[in-house]
Design a binder for this molecule. Structure first.
Ligand code: ZN
Ligand code: ZN
Length: 294
């Protein structure tokens, strides 16, 4: 079955020993991939990697967590010298740096960018951080509109503000290619509002996790699995967000793009349709959104 992992970070430091093996392992299993940039370094590197493989594409953008000084270090993402930048005040998004990258033939989307209200360090002024995140989202939206690419949006506990920004831009006639809300974890209402704007919703291995007993809904599903059940397959894509959030049965281990298969299988189980149909339709959705041929 051919599939596409629409959001992974296979060019991150987590794969510094065996990136080629990991990519080839997935491609041999029929799983293509889009490897996602999170700041300038990883955006450049993602494109370099994509250039070397048929079936690998990249995106360029700046993740909201890189906009402010962070207490945590993500050893999986950047080498220690680059991490120093994050400790000393964070990055600022300069569209002039990203414009040439966005025009690269292997670049299929702008992002990941968005609003993340979960990972704001407590020692910083919350309002200022949010204002910087919103300003940076606007710059990404302008860039996507200028180069005519879709967006890869990261949104955590910020769906209302994120939707307001999307609606504002669409009303202004921008964001013609729309985009995807990656690693969706919001409510059914929020998902439906995104669909009304023409965005797609993408699910990770989180949908494979067993619901906590107290969260169980009728039918034994978690609230997020119920969102999967209710959304039309035509508006859904699948992803791993590798190296993070490995699906069951590999939860807790380093993730790889081919494991997107477990996300597809879970969607089939929840929606009571065939695995083949999930692969076929989610691949078509990705081809249409990103303008690629899988
Ligand atoms: Zn993300
Ligand atoms: Zn990501």
């Amino acid at each position: 079955m051919s599939m596409i992992d629409t959001h992974c970070h296979v060019h991150f430091r987590a794969y510094r020993e065996d990136m080629d093996k990991v990519i080839c392992r997935s491609l041999e299993k029929g799983v293509k991939m889009i490897t996602v940039g999170t700041q300038l370094d990883t955006s450049q590197r993602g494109l370099e990697v994509a250039e070397h493989y048929d079936g690998v594409w990249a995106t360029v953008g700046m993740h909201p967590s890189h906009l402010c000084a962070q207490n945590f270090v993500d050893d999986e993402e950047l080498d220690p010298s680059a991490q120093q930048m994050i400790h000393t005040g964070g990055h600022t998004f300069d569209p002039a740096d990203f414009l040439p990258l966005a025009r690269h033939p292997k670049c299929v989307a702008i992002g990941e960018c968005g609003l993340d209200y979960v990972h704001i360090p407590e020692n910083l002024n919350r309002e200022e951080v949010i204002a910087k995140q919103k300003q940076t989202v606007r710059q990404h939206f302008d860039l996507a509109s200028e180069v005519g690419l879709p967006l890869a949006i990261h949104s955590r506990e910020a769906q209302k503000d994120q939707l307001a920004l999307i609606r504002e831009y669409i009303q202004a006639g921008k964001l013609a290619r729309r985009g995807v809300i990656h690693c969706f974890t919001g409510t059914l209402e929020e998902a439906q509002e995104y669909l009304e704007t023409g965005f797609l919703i993408s699910f990770t291995g989180i949908i494979t996790f067993s619901p906590r007993k107290k969260d169980l809904l009728v039918g034994g599903l978690s609230p997020l699995q119920e969102v999967v059940r209710q959304l039309p397959l035509e508006s859904i894509m699948i992803e791993t967000d590798a190296p993070y959030i490995s699906p069951e049965p590999y939860r807790g281990k380093r993730n790889e793009p081919w494991q997107v298969e477990f996300v597809a299988r879970k969607i089939a189980e929840i929606k009571k349709i065939s695995f083949e149909e999930v692969c076929e339709v989610t691949t078509k959705n990705a081809e249409k959104l990103f303008g690629i041929h899988v």
